[in-house]
Design a protein around this ligand. Structure first.
Ligand SMILES: N[C@@H](CCC(=O)N[C@@H](CS)C(=O)NCC(=O)O)C(=O)O
Length: 223
C-alpha cells in the first residue's frame, strides 16, 4: 500500500525545497502544509523536535532533517537518485552537506550588517563555488547524466541568485562556467522550478529587504 505523505513546509525554506524536488523526481503524490515560522502553530511545535521545517509525515509518523527525509524517500520510492556504490553514495551525502554550508554562507551574505562584512561574506561564498567548479564534470548534473540528490540540494541554492542578480552584480559565480551551466540546467528542471510557489521571488526580495543588512539597503529600489 502507498504511504500517505505530507510535507510540512515554509515558502522560503531551501531545505523544504530539497524534499519537494525529491518527491517530484519520484513522481510521488504528496500533500503540503504550510507553517508560519514567525507564528508557529501548536501542532507544529508538538511534532517538530528542532522546531524546524521540513517535516515529512509518513502515514502519521514524523521525519525531520532534510537529508534524512531525502534519503528515506530515495530508499522507499524509485527511481534511485543516490548512486548504488556505497563509496560514491557517501561522497554524494558529503556534497549535500557542502550544499548546507553554502546555504549558511548565503545567510551570512544577506544578513551582513555593513560593507566590510558583506565583502567578507561574498568572498567566502565565491570560494565555495570555486571549490564546486573544481569537482563538476561535463554535466548537465552534478554526477553527469543522472540527476541526483546533490542536484536536489543545489537547486534551492542557485534560486537565491535569481533574486541577488536583481539587486546587483556581486561576481560570486563569475569565471565558473561549469557552475553557471549547472545553475541553468537546474533552473530548467521541472522538479526544481515547481518546488516553490509562484510568489517566491517577491517573497524572498521582501525577506531580504527586512534584514536591516547591507544587502537590504542595496535592495531598497529593486523593482
Ligand atoms: N538541518 C535542517 C535545517 C532546516 C532549517 O534550518 N529550517 C529552517 C527554515 S529554512 C527553520 O525551520 N528554521 C526555524 C528555526 O530555526 O527556528 C534540515 O536540513 O532540515
Amino acid at each position: 500500500m502507498t504511504a500517505r505523505l505530507e510535507l510540512v513546509s515554509h515558502k522560503l525554506c531551501p531545505y523544504v525545497q530539497r524534499a519537494a524536488i525529491t518527491l517530484a523526481e519520484k513522481g510521488a503524490a504528496f500533500e503540503r502544509s504550510w507553517v508560519d515560522l514567525g507564528n508557529r502553530p501548536a501542532w507544529f511545535t508538538a511534532i517538530s523536535p528542532l522546531g524546524k521545517v521540513p517535516l515529512l509525515k509518513v502515514d502519521g509518523e514524523v521525519l525531520f532533517e532534510s537529508a534524512v527525509i531525502c534519503d528515506y524517500l530515495d530508499e522507499t520510492l524509485g527511481p534511485r537518485l543516490h548512486p548504488a556504490d556505497p563509496l560514491l553514495r557517501a561522497k554524494h551525502r558529503a556534497w549535500v552537506e557542502f550544499g548546507s554550508s553554502v546555504l549558511t554562507a548565503i545567510g551570512t551574505f544577506y544578513n551582513a550588517p555593513d560593507a566590510a562584512a558583506f565583502e567578507r561574506a561574498a568572498d567566502s561564498l565565491e570560494g565555495k563555488f570555486a571549490t564546486i567548479e573544481q569537482v563538476l564534470g561535463d554535466g548537465p548534473w552534478f554526477a553527469g547524466a543522472r540527476f541526483s540528490l546533490v542536484d536536489a540540494a543545489f537547486g534551492p541554492v542557485f534560486r537565491y541568485f535569481d533574486v541577488f542578480d536583481r539587486i546587483g552584480r556581486f561576481g560570486i559565480l563569475d569565471g565558473k562556467p561549469k557552475v553557471q551551466a549547472w545553475r541553468a540546467a537546474l533552473a530548467a528542471r521541472p522538479s526544481v522550478a515547481g518546488a516553490v510557489t509562484p510568489e517566491y521571488p517577491e517573497l524572498l526580495l521582501d525577506f531580504v529587504r527586512r534584514r536591516g543588512s547591507h544587502l537590504a539597503a542595496l535592495a531598497v529600489d529593486v523593482t
